[in-house]
Design a binder for this molecule. Sequence first.
Ligand code: M6R
Length: 609
Amino acid sequence: MCGIVGYIGQRQASSILVEGLSKLEYRGYDSAGVAIINESNNIDVKKCKGRLANLEEQLNENPIEGMIGIGHTRWATHGEPSDVNSHPHSNEKQTISVVHNGIIENYIELREWLIKEGYTFKSETDTEVVPHLVDYYYNGNLLEAVMKTVKKLEGSYALGVVTSEESDKVVAVRKDSPLIVGLGEGESFIASDIPAVLNHTRDVYLLEDNEFVLMDKNGVSLFDTEGNKIEKEVFHVTWDAAAAEKGGFDHFMIKEIYEQPKAIRDTMTSRIVKNESIKLDDITITKEQIKNIDKIYIVACGTAYHAGIVGKYAIEKLTRIPVEIEVASEFRYRDPIINEKTLMIVISQSGETADTLAALREAKRQNARVIAVTNVVGSSVSREADDVLYTWAGPEIAVASTKAYETQLIAMYIIALFFAENKETLSEEEIEDIKEEMLALPEKVEKVLEGKEKIKEFAANICNNKNMFLLGRGLDYAVALEGALKIKEVSYIHSDAYAAGELKHGPIALIEDGTVVIALSTQERLFEKMVSNVKEVTTRGANVFGIAMEGHTEIEKTVNESYYIPRTIEVLAPILSVVPMQLMSYYTAIEKGCDVDKPRNLAKSVTVE
Ligand code: M6R
């Protein structure tokens, strides 16, 4: 939920930390701060409420000189966004400073104990117990003190710690919150995510839980919980640093929407090839194991959950295996029926979402096999699942997920086809037909993007509306759910998706003159039914934007504006029909002057419960 960075080297830490934080602001932007060991060997802390730009301004006015430091960008959980609750947090003497991503679940108990020991607290945060605990255990060795401290902590954490007593060290550790180490020439970095170090190095360590990092003038050393040195493979990042920049677009969100054809192509490459069986090198599940599966759970959160709904339709249709789809935060506490014949598919762009990870662990505890669909190589879900299917969307920086969703859909289709092939539920010709349609999707998405002006115009007309409804049947309903989430997230318009057939069971009471309705009607079999539902709302005064496949011009008779997507087979239509929804949410937000890349109250990856 927050982003942390750390630096040690020969350059001024301040600008390197701020630049690193700018790449992590997607993780939270309620406040930001740095702690730098200055030239007099004291810790200088600057932190303030608000965006990173506020901190930068303060640092420009009063620069801190020093070549070792840690930094933080916050998404508030414990304690409101304020200067005092901003990280870094320090001990009373200000000789120890800490940045933290995660939640210390037993902080109340620790806080009470520390108060009895004579410590005083300034903030309302859970994190502040950490510098006091390090202070309590400090006996001339920072690494040892941090090791003792984390033994007391329950919850999730990625921590970066410095002390003026050993002014040539940065110590870090992770548990259930991501952390990487960047290996530069004569300099080292820690960060919550790779883009934060990519301007300086492409060689990183992807840390596992309970691994400790000591960065000093000799470089980087890694330790286990017992203090034994450990060796780790260096991961070389191959993707381009420019992939995490705006590249001429006004916002990451629109850049990422335009990257979708490439992301879809990359995710299919070498997996979907004409006249060849589906190749999933990264999946080791055997034909026998596939035949043995009697139930699939798809579990995810937010947009990934919506991709899972499409996955359920596709897998059931193509393989006839029953699929249940559920949000991870419910699944993990529901006591679901799982056994060795259950397959779980978790979907997570970041691979670090706390609820998804907990659901995965629960399924594994009950002996289910788990396939992870994720966009981040080396992420927690990728490490803990039995099999991984990577989506090759490239880094997704905008908080609102777009290209990750598209590639998650492609991953769902790939899994469905792979199982259909193994279970022989479809003929070779049927599989080839679907593959051919899939291979044509990138160009068709490009075509949908060409129609953006019409969406921009409609967005300008409706941006002041307070409510919006999205209707669909079958897969269109799944896309409507995703469209409604996008609109809520970035344009702050209250938007709800309804299965169009449910309308008359209650929601239609909300329709009045001028109510904005987006009607998705891409499913051939259900088209006539949708037209009837659209009529039900237009006769009550709704302003309807209809989306249908090319050729279904009848829609024009019932809606105020129509938008056509290129023809494809029904099961693949979500790949195309979601694009006008994404554009609608983007342009509505722009019209309203919202901060599309960093919507209020949100963070990109939800690594806390
Ligand atoms: O990284 P994940 O895919 O696990 O994230 C899940 C959700 O938090 C995420 O999709 C969220 O709903 C997005 N902001 C939606 O745009």
